[in-house]
Design a protein. Structure first.
Length: 148
């Protein structure tokens, strides 16, 4: 229980501090998101994604923090470099790759591939994302998020 509270506190602190370091994005830019997902398609998870900024008009960097409720509680904190395709009327697809740390089962430095789409419907911007953790072929996750 104490370990779970520590992981939750670390996740919340990272998500609270990241916007200070990264600044805010402009309209139709990658967004700061609260998200819910399924890790390995059967373990519930929640987390957040914070836009850290652009490297070019189509490349941006995000910080993710994900808490997975598996047999052992897992905390993933990773950075993703994303190629943002040109925005359409209600959508902006992207592909990316990154790496981070995993805490909760001995720890490791997993790399991942990600792909998704940001959808814009009036006042409800949402995110749909899939992430494949390269360390374990079964470690595939899907996410649904809403902009904060």
């Amino acid at each position: 229980m104490r370990k779970s509270a520590l992981y939750c506190g670390m996740l919340l602190a990272l998500l609270w501090l990241a916007p200070i370091a990264g600044g805010r994005a402009q309209s139709r830019a990658p967004m700061d998101v609260a998200k819910f997902g399924l890790f390995q398609l059967n373990h519930p998870a929640f987390g957040g994604k914070v836009n850290l900024g652009y490297l070019s008009p189509h490349l941006n960097v995000t910080l993710d923090g994900d808490l997975v409720f598996a047999r052992d509680l897992l905390l993933f904190v990773d950075v993703t470099l994303r190629y943002m395709f040109p925005a359409q009327r209600h959508a902006r697809p992207y592909l990316g790759a990154g790496a981070g740390i995993r805490l909760g089962d001995g720890g490791s430095v997993p790399a991942h591939l990600a792909g998704g789409v940001q959808l814009y419907f009036d006042t409800l911007p949402i995110l749909l994302e899939a992430k494949w953790h390269l360390e374990n072929p079964e470690a595939f996750s899907v996410w649904f998020g809403v902009q904060l």
